[in-house]
Design a protein around this ligand. Sequence first.
Ligand code: FAD
Length: 246
Amino acid sequence: MLKNTKTYTVTNSLFLTPKVKQLTLTKTDNGLPAYLPGQFITIHFTRAEKTYRRSYSIASIEGQTLNLDFAASYVDHGPGSEYLFALQSGDSVEVSGPFGRLVLKEEPVKRLFLIATGTGITPYRAMLPALTAKIEATGLRVHIVQGVQYRHDVLYAADFLAWAKANPDYADYRSYLSREDLTLQQAPYEHRGYVQQCFDEFKATASTDVVYLCGNPLMIDASFAALQAKGFASSQIRREKYISSK
Ligand SMILES: Cc1cc2nc3c(=O)[nH]c(=O)nc-3n(C[C@H](O)[C@H](O)[C@H](O)COP(=O)(O)OP(=O)(O)OC[C@H]3O[C@@H](n4cnc5c(N)ncnc54)[C@H](O)[C@@H]3O)c2cc1C
């Protein structure tokens, strides 16, 4: 075991999309360490005598499981991708964490935008029960927005749609598809283009709104610039960029 890591066992894996695999890890003693929805874990592994660290957001819905689920996107020839996609049930994995500050805060916000590309949607899945509690306690309005290239790249849509249906006046979920041909069939929650468009479409307003951004660094930088141009302070924009540690 490496310093500051705990050993988990892979207990399940399944493809959520053609390029995204959900892995389930179980710790032999007492399941998940305490974590806040939105946090991530770091996986430590060795390949060709080199050690690597790669981080993955916890996707488990709070309260639903004692296991640790996360969704890994396959990056061609990436050491983390090669390692994770070869794991089999019963294999051991060294994990540290949880870490991270992309978590919900107690604050007087009227509307939350939770914006993601690809697997960056997973921290918002972990937050669903906490978001419902905030809606019930404060009347918070929440927009969850996921950007991917094609319809088949969308992750966990059923969970977000069920949550939005259960909170009809306060919650909604959209996917933005940048390359899908939407002329034939289009579900009501599907939109063509990029997640940044939603700031104009929902009239994002600095005096009432807070925005969380997670996933592709280019999307995060473009969204940050668009929000600053609308008068958002950087404290109202929470960011987590999916980049690799060296
Ligand atoms: C806090 C944090 C949380 C993260 N959570 C997740 C997560 O929940 N799921 C996940 O799949 N990844 C996540 N990542 C990214 C992950 O840690 C790795 O960077 C990713 O798996 C690629 O590692 P690799 O070794 O396969 O490829 P590398 O060779 O290290 O990366 C190759 C390139 O791929 C880019 N890249 C990184 N992540 C992605 C991605 N998801 N999709 C497309 N390109 C990417 C990197 O910018 C890099 O330039 C997270 C990163 C951070 C910092």
